[in-house]
Design a binder for this molecule. Structure first.
Ligand SMILES: *Cc1c(COP(=O)(O)O)cnc(C)c1O
Length: 440
């Protein structure tokens, strides 16, 4: 048991927060699901909205005190609709997983089946089976059938999916839901190619844009709602500029069901400070999103090419490595993903280990998988361009291939980061993205 006094624990926590900020200010953050927010979004998240309740729909709340909260939420919805060209939006889901759960609850029942990508082929744990403690299976009782995946093309196999659905029909197991999108997401999914087919079996087609929402908003990825998806769920903080949160975009005809699933189904309070942060992020995205998304994809390609030519095996080579913010590297020639992730962290390079196609069959697991995943959303938000991606690749090579001294590289990384402290693609940027702001 710890002997520390409340006051010393209090000081310790605050001091760790500050140290964390300083560490990230001196690091190369490459986690594909992360980004850094503008000072304006950070301001929203420490406002008094953080302490309030506003259950229900704006204008129909169950508490008083919501005058300004309602105005902000109406504005947030208006901006979201414009950004994603959506008839209906629900900005209340508090995370991407909660947005997915709202869709499961609104459009399926426990015991129904959902088609989704498996985890080694990019699926997210919220699409997963009960035996893997996946949200869809564990929380909503869905059975999951995986899409056939083409590991060379790194996307869902259209013809084999059609065959599989026909087999499921024969077995009396037609899925109720079809889920596109994933966490390893290099190339657009075949929504256009499959939506009509899936809908002819009465499936509700959802697109999980958690990772790529900012690229979609910037018009640089696919456009699921125009390609046949009935709804799109997302996280608001990966390639989008928001604080952590979720959202559903859909069509008017599904609005009532989604509304009820979000509240009272999935949320009571919906974290109003983050809702306000989303509104600010959507305004930033409307203004700067296109330029940002274009640069993100250029940077991802540049990093993939640089890594590939320095001796790494980058997946998706046949299709030019990536069309998103992500890169997936097979690291088996140099160790396993787990060890490499830890080595890079010591050099202030933050990545995540990643299951890749073939890992499960080869007996590798999540702790020691064959790959690592990199994302350039955050580095791009800090203003980095293609030439900087070459420097990033060089740092990674020095650690993983050349096995250079990690402490020394951490110092080089710190120096490299000096010029990239402010958040770009936003209206105002007085404070650096990682400045620790003390208000005590
Ligand atoms: C990250 C992710 C989510 C979960 O998002 P949270 O906002 O962390 O709950 C859902 N789906 C996919 C595909 C993801 O990558």
């Amino acid at each position: 048991m710890s002997r520390s006094s409340p006051r010393s624990s209090y000081n310790e926590v605050l001091s760790m927060l500050k140290t964390h900020n300083q560490w990230f200010a001196n690091s190369i953050p490459l986690i594909a699901s992360e980004n850094v927010t503008s000072p304006a979004v950070r301001e929203a998240t420490i406002s008094d909205f953080a302490n309030r309740y506003a259950e229900g729909w704006p204008g129909e709340r169950v508490y008083a005190g919501c005058i300004y909260i309602d105005e902000v939420e109406f504005k947030c919805m208006e901006l979201a609709k414009k950004l994603f060209k959506a008839e209906f939006v629900d900005v209340r889901p508090i995370s991407g997983v909660v947005a997915n759960l709202a869709i499961y609850s609104a459009f399926s029942n426990p015991g129904d089946t959902m088609m989704a990508p498996s985890i080694p082929s990019g699926g997210h744990i919220s699409h997963g089976k009960k035996e893997h403690a996946g949200t869809a299976g564990l929380v909503h009782g869905l059975d999951i059938e995986f899409y056939p995946f083409d590991a060379e093309e790194m996307t869902i196999d259209v013809d084999k999916t059609k065959e599989k659905v026909k087999e499921l029909e024969k077995a009396g197991k037609i899925p109720k839901l079809a889920m596109f999108g994933g966490s390893v997401f290099l190339f657009p999914h075949p929504v256009k190619e499959l939506a009509d087919f899936l809908k002819s079996y009465n499936m509700f087609v959802n697109y999980d844009g958690a990772h790529v929402a900012g690229l979609i908003a910037g018009g640089q990825f696919q456009d699921p709602l125009r390609e046949g998806a009935d709804a799109m769920t997302m996280s608001t903080h990966k390639t989008l500029f928001g604080p952590q949160g979720g959202m559903v975009c859909s069509f008017e005809k599904y609005g009532e069901s989604i509304k009820k699933a979000t509240f009272p189904g999935m949320t009571s309070n919906h974290h109003l400070h983050h809702m306000a942060g989303k509104a600010i992020a959507y305004a930033e995205m409307l203004e700067f999103g296109k330029k940002y998304a274009v640069q993100v994809i250029k940077n991802a390609k540049a990093l993939a090419e640089a890594l590939n030519s320095s001796g790494f095996t980058v997946l998706g080579e046949k299709r030019g490595f990536t069309k998103s913010h992500q890169i997936v590297v097979n690291v088996l020639s140099f160790g396993d993903g787990g060890t490499i992730e830890a080595d890079l962290e010591k050099a202030n390079i933050i990545v995540n280990r990643q299951l890749i196609p073939g890992d499960i069959k080869a007996g590798r697991n999540y702790f020691h998988p064959g790959g690592m995943r990199l994302g350039v959303a955050e580095l791009t938000r800090l203003g980095m361009k293609e030439s900087n991606m070459k420097q990033v690749a060089e740092f990674i090579k020095k650690v993983v291939i050349d096995k250079k001294d990690k402490k020394k590289i951490a110092l080089e990384v710190k120096k490299f980061r000096k010029d990239f402290q402010k958040v770009r693609y936003c209206f105002e940027s007085k404070h650096g993205g990682y400045d620790y702001i003390k208000i005590r």
